[in-house]
Design a protein around this ligand. Structure first.
Ligand SMILES: Cc1cc2nc3c(=O)[nH]c(=O)nc-3n(C[C@H](O)[C@H](O)[C@H](O)COP(=O)(O)O)c2cc1C
Length: 370
């Protein structure tokens, strides 16, 4: 009897913890249905199309482009426009823009909508000086009136829903997201994503989901919880204790799409070497098509460590790959290490939608966008 009684939730918090949240449940951002409660984070220098497509295959319900400069869009910078390519297997997809001029942001949003994005995401989280010194990114949390004008201008410019991604505030310990967040919703945001670190913290310390829980109580739109989510247990705990509609996963998915599957489906199976090589080779091929060989060659180096680490391959193997001269050589070396990957690669290639060949040269922006 005692045991049965103690299993009954006594407080709201106990109740949330007792609930098993179904990550395969769909939810809505305005009129856009998001099929799972996992969102793949926007990451500058990471969120190329291959990353987003892979994220969808492994269970992300929503994927997001890295932050795209509104000024670049305004000036029709050819390279910036390259970020706005949307493939048929990416939907629903958010394209994230950053800038500080409401009119220009509205114009940029119009172009983003025209490219086929399902959601326009606004970056109020980037802590990097290159961005904040222009008055964009996380600094806008310090200027709620301007932040609201930006959101209102973007919302008026497009028919698709607007999402906003923000930090807890600019300075350590700040709780400004709790005053600014509700104002952004009134201005027209259909969802908020909170990364509850301060801009000053960059990526140090830990994200504080207590703030996410408080924000959820204050707004009547879905809130997405970002920060330090790397496992199903953590995702379940954050969803249950914050009341967030979804979790966002960033660094945990770098070179590790299997983490997404674990989070969404509870599938703990570690990938075989063949599976790792197959995913990495597909990633290399797609990225080379997207960025062109020269750019892809440098861009991909960090991914080798991310994929091959975690005890999957001996450390010197990664060192071998980063000094090879072309992505084709890397591919050959990988397949030599795991020949059984070949049929898996063929299968993955077959599943890609046809007609999505990508040949534009795209820029890689500085890291650290939010
Ligand atoms: C390399 C890198 C680049 C990032 N770029 C962006 C970005 O372009 N836009 C953005 O809103 N957040 C950006 N972020 C922040 C992530 O979206 C996410 O909020 C943060 O990393 C916390 O989640 P995590 O602990 O799951 O990584 C970036 C993070 C990293 C590590």
């Amino acid at each position: 009897m005692v045991a049965a009684e103690s299993a009954v939730p006594q407080t709201a918090c106990d109740y949330h913890v007792a609930m098993q949240v179904d990550l395969r449940e769909s939810w809505w951002i305005g009129g856009v249905e998001v099929p799972t409660r996992l969102v793949l984070a926007p990451m500058a220098g990471v969120s190329v199309q291959a990353f987003r497509r892979q994220g969808r295959r492994f269970g992300a319900g929503l994927v997001c482009s890295e932050m795209v400069s509104c000024a670049g869009i305004e000036h029709r910078n050819e390279k910036t426009l390259g970020y706005l390519r949307v493939a048929s297997d990416e939907h629903p997809l958010a394209i994230q823009i950053f800038g500080s001029d409401p009119v220009a942001m509205g114009e940029a949003a119009r172009l983003v909508e025209a490219t086929g994005a399902d959601i326009v995401d606004i970056n109020f989280g980037c802590p990097v000086r290159k961005v904040t010194k222009t008055g964009a990114g996380a600094t806008l949390i310090d200027d709620p009136a301007l932040a609201c004008r930006i959101v209102a201008s973007v919302a008026a410019a497009v028919d698709v829903p607007i999402s906003v991604k923000l930090r807890r505030g600019v300075r350590n310990g700040s709780r400004d997201c709790l005053t600014v967040g509700p104002q952004l919703v009134v201005a027209g945001a259909s969802t908020l994503t909170l990364h509850p670190r301060s801009a000053q913290q960059m990526y140090t310390g830990t994200a504080d989901p207590q703030l996410t829980a408080e924000l959820v109580e204050l707004v009547d739109v879905p809130v997405v919880a970002s920060g330090d989510i790397t496992s199903r247990a953590r995702a379940q705990a954050v969803l249950a204790t914050t009341g967030a509609a979804a979790v966002m996963v960033g660094r945990g998915a770098q070179g590790n799409p299997w983490a997404l599957r674990e989070i969404v489906d509870g599938d703990h199976a570690e990938p075989t070497r063949e599976e790792v090589v197959a995913e990495l080779v597909l990633f290399i091929r797609e990225t080379a098509r997207e960025l062109g060989e020269r750019r892809a060659s440098g861009f991909l180096k960090k991914f080798y460590g991310w994929y091959l680490g975690r005890g999957r391959f001996p450390r010197p193997f990664k060192q071998e790959l980063v000094v090879l001269g072309s992505t084709l050589e890397v591919e050959r070396r990988l397949i030599a290490a795991a020949p059984g990957a070949l049929p898996l690669i063929d299968e993955l290639e077959r599943e890609l939608p046809s007609g999505d060949e990508v040949t534009l040269e795209l820029p890689i922006s500085a890291y650290g966008g939010g």
